[in-house]
Ligand binder design. Structure first.
Ligand code: ZN
Length: 149
């Protein structure tokens, strides 16, 4: 799978991070409305942290980012049934193929519940976890896959 380039990522950052009903969004690379998101929790963090994988179901570009979750946000995990080892062995391509198959049934396989009102973060304004922890990870280094619980 290919990565989104910097221009694409800049366009993606302008899109809502948690779109309503987790709807597909326009892909900045190929223009098709098949930009998808999948989020899973990262364990062992002092603040609630998740990895969001953003990918295009058409041109197969993808990008991983780590975020601090707004307070009260809850979400389902369609891959929550996988064991730690299973998830660790699974490459991004394989994981996204699995999610794509769920998506092709017509509905987003993952749902978010966002509390009403402006998002409140445990540590102030929204930032990528990487920006809050300088030196922990190079800005565009690939994120290591982890089991969420
Ligand atoms: Zn695309």
């Amino acid at each position: 799978m290919k990565q989104f380039d910097q221009g694409h990522l800049q366009a993606i950052r302008q899109l809502p991070r948690f779109p309503e009903e987790n709807a597909q969004q326009p892909c900045p690379a190929c223009g098709k409305v098949t930009l998808r998101h999948y989020m899973h929790l990262v364990e062992g963090r002092s603040l609630p942290t998740a990895i969001i994988i953003t990918w295009c179901g058409s041109c197969r570009r993808h990008h991983d980012s780590m975020v601090i979750l707004p307070q009260g946000l809850t979400f389902t995990d369609p891959l929550g049934h996988l064991g730690r080892a299973e998830r660790q062995c699974m490459g991004t391509g394989e994981m996204l193929e699995l999610l794509d198959r769920m998506w092709s049934s017509g509905r987003a396989p993952q749902t978010f519940v966002i509390p009403p009102g402006p998002p409140r973060y445990p540590t102030g304004p929204p930032k990528d976890a990487r920006e809050q922890e300088p030196g922990r990870r190079r800005r565009d280094a690939p994120v290591r896959r982890r089991k969420d619980r």
